[in-house]
Design a protein. Structure first.
Length: 406
C-alpha cells in the first residue's frame, strides 16, 4: 500500500552527539525507515534516503533533479538572493542538457593531463609539511597537514595568491557550517557569501588581464562550438572547484589518518606494504565519508520508494555515508579493511554527476596518507577519540582538529 507521511520524525542530524557518530542512526534508518521524513534545521522536512541500492538508484534516476534554483522547493527560485544563486551556477546544481554543457566546458580545462602534472607538486608540498612536523613533534594533523595540501594545490591551479587562501577557507567553512543552523542563520551568512562573490569577481578580473597556464585561465578560454562559460557560470564554477577541491580532501586525509590510528593493524599493513595505498584510499573513502550527504535532490514527479510517495518538488537528501556502511553490500562495514575488494563505495557519487575531481582527490589523499604512514609509523593520538570534535556540517564529515605526536 502506498502512503505519504504527514509528520516528520524528530531527528536532528546536526546535533553534536550525532555528529560524533551518526552511523548507529543511519543503521537504524536502513533497518526500519529507509525513506525517512526527518527535520533538518535549514532544509526543513526532508526525505532521507539511507540504503545503498536506493542511494545508487537516486543518483541515476532521470526523474530526480539536482536543480535547486529551478525546483519548486521553498528555498529555490527567485526568492533566493542573487549571491546565493550564483553559488548554484555550476554543473553540480544543474540537470541535463545544461549540466552536460557545463561539464563539457569545464572538462576542457580540468583535464587528466593537468591532474597528472600536479603529482610532483603534491609530493613536494607533502614532504615539506612532514619536515615541519618532524621538527615540532606535536602537531594538529588538520591545520598542519590535511588542510594545506589540497588548499595549496587547488589555489595554485586556479591562480589564487597565497595571501588569499586562508581567508577563502574560512569563508567556505562558515558557509558549510551555516547550512545546519536554520534559515535565519543562513540569511545572516549573506555578507559572507557577498564577500566570496566579490573575491571571485576580483579573481576573474585579474586573470582576464593576465591569462596564463592555470586552470582558471583555461576555464575562461574554454569553448565548444562557440559556447563559453558566462561570468555567473564562472563564479559558480570557481566556488564549486575551490570548495570541492579542498574541503572534502581535507576530510579524506584527516579522517583517513584517524581511521588508521583507530585500526593499528591496518596502519601497520600499509606501513609494511605501501603498494596497498590504492585499495587503502578506496576503503578510507568508503569508511570515512568526506561527503556525508549529497547535494539535495528534487523529484520532477511523485516518486514511490518502499511504499512511500515522495511528492514532486519535495527535498530529498541522499545518505552517502549511510550507503557506504550498508551491511547488505559491505561485509563488516564498520571496520577498516585496506584490501577490501570489491569496494563499490559511492563517495564520489554515481551517474552523470560523478565527481569530476575524483582523480585529484585520490592523488592528494594517497600521496599524503602514504607519506605520513611511512615516515611516522609510531604516530600517536594525543586526545581520546571520544573527545575529538567533528564539524557541525552534515553535508561534509570532518574533524575540527586531530592532535598527534609524530
Amino acid at each position: 500500500m502506498l502512503f505519504a507521511r504527514s509528520k516528520a520524525r524528530d531527528l536532528n542530524l546536526a546535533d553534536a552527539a550525532v555528529r560524533q557518530d551518526p552511523y548507529p542512526i543511519y543503521a537504524e534508518l536502513r533497518r526500519t525507515d529507509p525513506v525517512a521524513l526527518v527535520k533538518m534545521p535549514f532544509f526543513g522536512d526532508t526525505y532521507f534516503i539511507s540504503r545503498y541500492e536506493d542511494v545508487a538508484a537516486t543518483f541515476k534516476d532521470p526523474r530526480i533533479s539536482n536543480d535547486t534554483m529551478g525546483s519548486s522547493s521553498e528555498h529555490g527560485g527567485w526568492l533566493t538572493p542573487r549571491s546565493f544563486r550564483l553559488m548554484a551556477e555550476n554543473m553540480l546544481s544543474k540537470d541535463d542538457p545544461e549540466h552536460r554543457r557545463l561539464r563539457d566546458l569545464v572538462h576542457k580545462a580540468f583535464t587528466p593531463s593537468r591532474i597528472r602534472s600536479m603529482v610532483d607538486r603534491v609530493e613536494e608540498i607533502t614532504h615539506e609539511l612532514l619536515d615541519r612536523a618532524a621538527e615540532k613533534r606535536d602537531v594538529d594533523l588538520i591545520a598542519d597537514f590535511a588542510l594545506p595540501i589540497p588548499l595549496i594545490i587547488i589555489s595554485e591551479m586556479l591562480g589564487v595568491e597565497a595571501k588569499d587562501r586562508e581567508p577563502f577557507h574560512h569563508m567556505t567553512a562558515r558557509f558549510l557550517e551555516s547550512t545546519n543552523s536554520g534559515v535565519m542563520q543562513m540569511v545572516l551568512q549573506t555578507p559572507n557569501i557577498n564577500r566570496m562573490v566579490r573575491f571571485f569577481e576580483r579573481l576573474l578580473e585579474d586573470r582576464r588581464a593576465n591569462l596564463g597556464d592555470d586552470l582558471l585561465s583555461a576555464l575562461i578560454e574554454a569553448e565548444q562550438e562557440g559556447d563559453r562559460l558566462s561570468q555567473d557560470e564562472l563564479i559558480g564554477m570557481i566556488f564549486l572547484l575551490l570548495l570541492a577541491g579542498h574541503e572534502t580532501t581535507v576530510n579524506l586525509i584527516g579522517s583517513g589518518l584517524l581511521a588508521l590510528l583507530e585500526h593499528p593493524d591496518e596502519f601497520a599493513r600499509l606501513h609494511n606494504d605501501p603498494d596497498l595505498i590504492d585499495s587503502a584510499i578506496e576503503e578510507l573513502l568508503r569508511y570515512t565519508n568526506p561527503v556525508e550527504l549529497s547535494a539535495p535532490r528534487f523529484p520532477l514527479e511523485d516518486i514511490e520508494m518502499h511504499g512511500v510517495i515522495i511528492p514532486q518538488g519535495h527535498r530529498m537528501l541522499v545518505g552517502v555515508a549511510s550507503a557506504n556502511r550498508d551491511e547488505t553490500v559491505f561485509e563488516n562495514p564498520d571496520a577498516v579493511d585496506i584490501t577490501r575488494k570489491p569496494n563499490r563505495h559511492l563517495a564520489f557519487g554515481l551517474g552523470v554527476h560523478y565527481c569530476l575531481g575524483a582523480p585529484l582527490a585520490r592523488l592528494e589523499g594517497a600521496t599524503a596518507i602514504n607519506a605520513i604512514v611511512q615516515r611516522f609509523p609510531e604516530m600517536q593520538l594525543m586526545k581520546p577519540i571520544n573527545e575529538l570534535e567533528w564539524r557541525s556540517s552534515t553535508l561534509v564529515r570532518g574533524l575540527k582538529s586531530l592532535p598527534v605526536r609524530v
